[in-house]
Design a protein around this ligand. Sequence first.
Ligand SMILES: [Zn+2]
Length: 209
Amino acid sequence: MKLIFLGPPGAGKGTIASRISKDLNIPHISTGDLFRKAIKNQTELGKKVQQIIESGDLVPDALTVALVKERLNNPDVENGYILDGFPRTIKQADSLESFSKIDNVINFVISDEQVIQRLSGRRMCKNCGEGYHIENMKPQKEGICDKCGEELIIRPDDTPEAIKNRLAVYYESTAPLIDYYKEKGLLLDIDGAQEVGKVAEATSKAISK
Ligand SMILES: [Zn+2]
């Protein structure tokens, strides 16, 4: 089963992908992880990615595609995979089509208000990185990490301003992929506003049809 997970930031793609990946025994491939790993291993592509990220630029389509293509040559994708965070543009989607055939694209549907509510409530321990949410995953003591007792902070990309930017980038570059895959008959809409267990359940059901 070769799957793409689409949806705005905060739609829960990563969380659902980890669950489905375990259920189906297929790898969860996120471009963020691919970048980090390539940099850590100082591969040819990793060195290029590092240079670009350090200079504050966005990793260009061609380089991202090259990394994904390399990853999809790994024997563990024999039974399929879940792509999370890729493709991010029509150009990337066209490239992907030239080297792998997707079975389904899961589109997690969630309103902007819900995205903002979810992301702006996230907190992170500044010491150990443990994640919390002021409504759904409260620490025992407000503003304090359960694990290490340090202060909880808002990640720079979860500030209201940053969330608005992330949504704008999503609508501009990634949302057009919804129509792109709908026209190919691959799109499955899932209500991403439900509780995470229900979203995972609905996803499993949709892909097993
Ligand atoms: Zn902590």
